[in-house]
Design a protein around this ligand. Sequence first.
Ligand code: NAD
Ligand code: TYD
Length: 414
Amino acid sequence: MISRACKRLVLHLPDAASTERHETGASITQSCHSFFRELNKVGALQKGHNMSIFVTGGAGFIGSNFVIDWLAASDEPVVNLDKLTYAGNLQNLTSLAGDSRHIFEHGDIGDTARVSQLLAAHRPRAVLNFAAESHVDRSIHGPGEFIQTNIVGTFALLESVRAYWGGLDASAKADFRFLHVSTDEVYGTLSRTDPAFTEAHRYQPNSPYSASKAASDHLVRAYHHTYGLPVLTTNCSNNYGPYHFPEKLIPLMIVNALAGKPLPVYGDGMQVRDWLYVKDHCSAIRCVLEAGSLGETYNVGGWNEKPNIEIVHAVCALLDELRPKADGSSYATQIAYVKDRPGHDRRYAIDARKLEQELGWRPLETFDSGIRKTVQWYLGNPDWVAQVQSGAYRQWVQTQYTEPVAKGVLATCI
Ligand code: NAD
Ligand code: TYD
């Protein structure tokens, strides 16, 4: 009983900048974590296999937060395989420079020979797949990369993992996990009055991005049912927080606002997303990894549905408070309504009760606390922002916000 409660505490790791209300929990969490770390080490030694995890896409937004949080709480090494696409950034991981527990490998999940060699060399107890092409607007401009990485790449990764897992001894085989990180977008869109997505909701993806993620989820499911691969899948709502590439709504609004540029709101701005602070997503993944039931999927969300325009106003209000403009005007004056995204899903909402009730997970941040931390992080990290706004980024902004797409002009405000 005590160990179960402790294990649950371990899974909720507050970030370094936690407010006072987390401090007592944090110290309990740390001591519980040390306890389990030692317990796990003993268990691993008894079983005769090493402890490490293998993360793909760990230089991206969510993956880098996950790796940083993991190593803040555990000595268990992380092998981090990332292709370093435009979205992968080693600067996200500079806090781990010189840390021997973080083993970075530049490579592609689709490179079966390379992945197999890395799995054989490091012998991880789990593989967590964050690697993906992740931006809906890019998938509209060019779906090919999404099919390649999200579907073909996941298939190749599953094949490498299946071969590795098949060669483990019985005990390591039973303990092994493949955790696939997915999205709520696979469920399609909701009307204003529909109940939130549960895990039983049918898949009805509407964008090339969500269709490619749905296909990868199906492959993961099939590898469990057909080959017995011990898989877990998480379907999370929209994340926000540190290291978020400024092509997505919240970081784009922050960097454009500070640069004095228009804040492009698609359509009427009343599309609804369900927002979760990235570190709460990471704690949910740790929770599912340690306690999830094999073959199951778990929805992850913070019960934070908000229309886009409300998000943009929240960001502007925080900037008005934390970095007021010299002329005294509000950043909200920069809001510009632009042509809508083709096939734009109207509403996403996540019912996270399965994860809450079966595994005891809870988010630590409210939207107000999470968005404040996020805006503060961007204000405090101008070098990171400058570095990601490289030539390639400028080219994307040019493509998305000024050039014609398909039969119309998507947006014309920058
Ligand atoms: P991201 O685009 O910021 O990062 C993706 C990372 O994967 C990058 O570091 C990139 O270099 C790497 N990558 C891309 N292709 C690769 C390949 N072939 N081999 C190895 N590495 C490759 O994405 P993110 O927002 O961090 O999302 C991570 C995962 O979480 C994705 O699977 C995404 O579908 C899922 N997800 C994201 C959100 C969100 O709001 N961002 C919400 C729910 C689920
Ligand atoms: P985004 O961050 O791209 O995530 P997703 O499409 O995966 O939900 O977009 C979040 C919402 O914000 C989505 O409804 C589209 C909208 N949006 C804008 O209104 N303007 C923008 O410039 C961007 C990037 C997104």
